[in-house]
Write a protein that binds this ligand. Structure first.
Ligand code: 5GP
Ligand code: ZN
Length: 120
């Protein structure tokens, strides 16, 4: 935990959030400024600055974040289905140029509308 970190404060409950999921390794909550009908952030409870700081030690945690994302996507009705029609996007913004604004690792789960590629 880092004292001056927004997401550490959210994990500790010092700042309110709309919880989507929690276990020993991670916490998930709805983004305050959603860019799509579903926009959930999955964060490790351990304070890691971002993908730029992960090590082999974090492999289990980071892998687990993807499993949680897949389950949350299914709960939200975003599973691609037989025809692979629906779907969602999983995003790590790494560094300011990529759009990272909070420096505590977080995986964006975004869905509920069609999306274009490449991103802006
Ligand atoms: P980044 O730009 O670092 O990839 O993503 C940070 C995300 O955190 C943004 O989508 C932003 O809307 C979200 N966010 C920032 N502050 C808060 C907050 O206090 N509560 C919640 N729920 N989301 C936040
Ligand atoms: Zn933190």
């Amino acid at each position: 935990m880092a004292d001056d970190c927004l997401f550490c404060k959210i994990i500790k409950g010092e700042i309110p959030s709309k919880k989507a999921y929690e276990d020993d390794l991670c916490y998930a909550f709805h983004d305050i400024n959603p860019v799509a009908p579903v926009h959930i952030l999955i964060v490790p409870k351990k304070h890691i600055l971002g993908i730029q700081e992960i090590t082999e030690e974090d492999s289990q945690t980071v892998g687990h974040m993807f499993v949680v994302a897949r389950k949350l996507a299914e709960e939200q009705g975003l599973a691609p289905g037989e025809n692979l029609e629906r779907g969602y996007r999983l995003v790590f913004n790494v560094g300011r140029d990529a759009g990272q604004s909070v420096f505590h690792l977080h995986l964006h789960l975004i869905g509920g509308r069609s999306m274009s590629w490449p991103p802006g």
